[in-house]
Design a protein around this ligand. Structure first.
Ligand code: NDP
Length: 320
């Protein structure tokens, strides 16, 4: 399709977590009529959590999905359009930039990349095959199914600590598999793990395989100090080994670090491509909080608005 026949937008936002929504809110209030591609997980990672107690303004806490519904309603109130088409391709070689997402193809004067991050898996064949059949990366989503069952959590950070204690609400026993001889989790989270009699920490232990035809029936683990292997019978396996940024569609187009986190200018959300900004977990490997993602979404919107204003002035001066 030729560029002339494509719709053109002041701003297109990829991603619909706190960063994407906040960017959309600010852009819509600046009359930029944003188009938001929601991505594979509309509402982002908060839609797979339960209570959010650290988002300011909700003294009693709020459920993650409800918080995201509220953000969406607020954006819609000011005219944001949401699309569930999946992003396939962006072309940043000439301005305005081009995107293709399913049936939606068009041009964008500015873009905000807020595609977030996704849970990591180890990549063992049986672990991947049994995803959704006993293997999960979200205890808060799936913990409910393991009432009086035995489960294992893999990881040593705050997520693993939080998920293992959360799972004891349902499970009769939770093994926590830690690959080192210490946890990375904060002291307060560690204390909760150690104080919980249902949690058994297996130090220096790594997952070797997952057993089960239709559903998980057990795991094979290895003690990495001795090489000794053993099987553990259980019903559920939860991965909590961190996240990876969802930057694949922008690979090679925008600068990223070795893991894939998009690089932005200091104190800014600007990427190396003028008019393209990155906000939230896809560019933040340090804080990764809903409120910091929302804050950087706001920065991206303000920067996109200012950049576009300057660009249009420049074009007018040059008769463009
Ligand atoms: P982290 O990156 O902090 O921790 C990942 C953990 O997984 C580490 O212990 C790591 O081990 C382990 N790990 C990584 N790869 C493997 C592997 N291949 N095999 C076995 N273990 C592996 O991720 P989290 O998701 O825990 O936390 C992310 C961020 O979110 C942190 O900043 C955290 O503080 C924050 N957070 C805060 C919470 C809260 O405050 N309520 C709750 C959850 C997260 P190793 O230690 O050896 O590197």
């Amino acid at each position: 399709m030729s560029n002339e026949s494509l719709p053109i937008h002041d701003v297109v936002i990829f991603g619909s977590g706190p960063a994407g929504h906040t960017a959309a809110l600010y852009c819509s209030r600046a009359n930029m009529a944003p188009l938001v591609f929601e991505g594979k997980q509309p509402g982002g990672q908060l839609t797979i959590t339960t209570d959010v107690d650290n988002y300011p303004g909700f003294p009693e806490g709020i459920m993650g999905p409800e918080l995201m519904d509220r953000m969406r309603a607020q954006c819609e109130r000011f005219g944001t359009r949401f699309s569930d088409e999946e992003l396939e391709e962006v072309d940043l070689s000439s301005w305005p930039y081009r995107y293709k997402a399913g049936r939606e193809e068009g041009l964008a004067r500015t873009m905000i990349v807020a595609t977030g991050a996704s849970a990591k898996y180890l990549g063992l064949p049986n672990e991947l095959r049994l995803q959704g059949h006993g293997v999960s990366a979200c205890a808060t989503c799936d913990g409910f199914f393991y009432r009086e069952r035995v489960v294992a959590v893999i990881g040593g950070g705050d997520s693993a600590a939080e998920e293992s204690t959360f799972l004891t609400k349902f499970a009769s026993k939770v093994y926590l598999l830690v690959r080192r001889d210490q946890l990375r989790a904060s002291k307060i989270m560690q204390k909760r793990v150690f104080d919980n009699k249902k949690v058994e920490v297996l130090w220096n232990t790594e997952l070797k395989d997952v057993h089960g035809d239709e559903v998980v029936t057990g795991i094979r683990v290895v003690d990495n100090t001795t090489g000794a292997e053993r099987d553990i019978d259980l019903d559920g396996l939860f991965l909590a080994i961190g996240h990876k940024p969802n930057s694949d569609p922008f690979r090679g187009l925008l600068d990223a670090d070795s893991v894939g986190y998009l690089k932005t200018a200091p104190d800014s959300t600007a990427t190396k491509v003028p008019g393209v900004f990155a906000a939230g977990d896809v560019q933040d490997k340090v804080y990764r909080q809903a409120v910091t993602a929302a804050g950087s979404g706001c920065m991206a919107a303000l920067e996109a608005e200012r950049w576009l204003e300057a660009k249009l002035e420049e074009l007018a001066e040059h008769g463009g």
